[in-house]
Design a protein. Structure first.
Length: 292
């Protein structure tokens, strides 16, 4: 049946954007073929399989690894070569050997026993898949390389670097300059390691409307968006009036407002006065001794 499946479903070759989309199409074709009759047989494929299934051995309960193991070395571009393609890893691993488990649709990169990267497997040969997050520590030191980075173009194509990022970045460069504005954007991108992507985008949109072009303001608005999603309040359910300007709370003011009350007593200088009196007494005794 492999030849039948290839001739009927893979001719011509389907055009997909990812292996996940192709696997979903294959699953749908499998379900459709289960209702098909082979030749002049009276039963369908699913009915014959229902008869054979009790005779098959059960699947193992314990999971077992089916991927292929590789141990490549990370080159100076923070990339590893697996088969005929290249994948990015964090820059801190440059020059080290990592462990790669290659599966049918994805690959996982380990530094010792810690997962440091996970990529969708590339289909074509000689391709390269780069994750922008892997290069942020290097780009924040050299922000001039950020606009032309290949990882940035791939992030745009994947939808991770949205038009909201571009709009906020353009305004930040106008206010802070090319270097400092780009560094502020990279600091915003580092927030994705602790906050959800949609919350960071919401924080960028709010900060852009209010003209707050600092990473601290975006971080605060992103956390407020996350809290509003977890704990919806009555104020959040009230729609904003059209034309109402967005407001952004300063991170410094927010921290001061949420500090616990200070119950410590006021400082006293009484101990210092005692030291001064002792010094005068010792000095007067010394002068009386010299006079005698």
């Amino acid at each position: 049946m492999i030849g039948y499946f290839r001739r009927n479903h893979f001719t011509p070759v389907p055009e997909v954007d990812s292996l996940a989309e192709l696997n979903e199409m294959v699953d749908q074709w499998d379900l459709h073929d289960g209702h098909r009759r082979i030749g002049s047989r009276s039963r369908t494929v699913d009915e014959y399989f229902a008869v054979e299934q009790p005779l098959l051995m059960p699947l193992p309960e314990e999971p077992f690894e089916t991927g292929r193991l590789f141990t490549p070395r990370v080159d100076r571009y923070s990339q590893i070569a697996v088969r005929t393609n290249r994948y990015s890893v964090p820059t801190r691993l440059i020059g080290k050997r990592v462990r790669v488990v290659l599966h049918a649709s994805h690959l996982v990169v380990y530094d010792r026993n810690v997962v440091v990267a996970c990529h969708e497997r590339l289909i074509a040969k000689g391709s390269c898949r780069l994750d922008l997050d892997h290069y942020l520590e290097a780009l924040i030191r050299k922000p001039g390389a950020f606009p032309g980075a290949t990882a940035l173009e791939q992030a745009r194509s994947a939808g991770k670097f949205t038009p909201v990022h571009d709009a906020w970045w353009a305004q930040a460069r106008k206010v802070h300059g090319e270097r400092d504005g780009t560094r502020a954007l990279i600091e915003v991108l580092l927030l994705n390691r602790h906050l959800a992507h949609e919350h960071v985008v919401a924080g960028l949109a709010t900060a852009l409307r209010a003209g707050a072009l600092t990473a601290d303001a975006v971080a605060l608005e992103a956390r407020k968006a996350a809290q509003a999603e977890d704990e919806p309040t009555i104020a959040a359910s009230i729609p904003a009036l059209p034309g109402t300007p967005a407001t952004v709370t300063s991170l410094h003011e927010w921290c001061l407002a949420h500090l616990p009350p200070d119950t410590r007593p006021l400082p006293s200088v009484t101990p210092y006065d005692q030291l001064l009196r002792r010094r005068r007494t010792s000095g007067s005794d010394h002068r009386e001794g010299e006079a005698q």
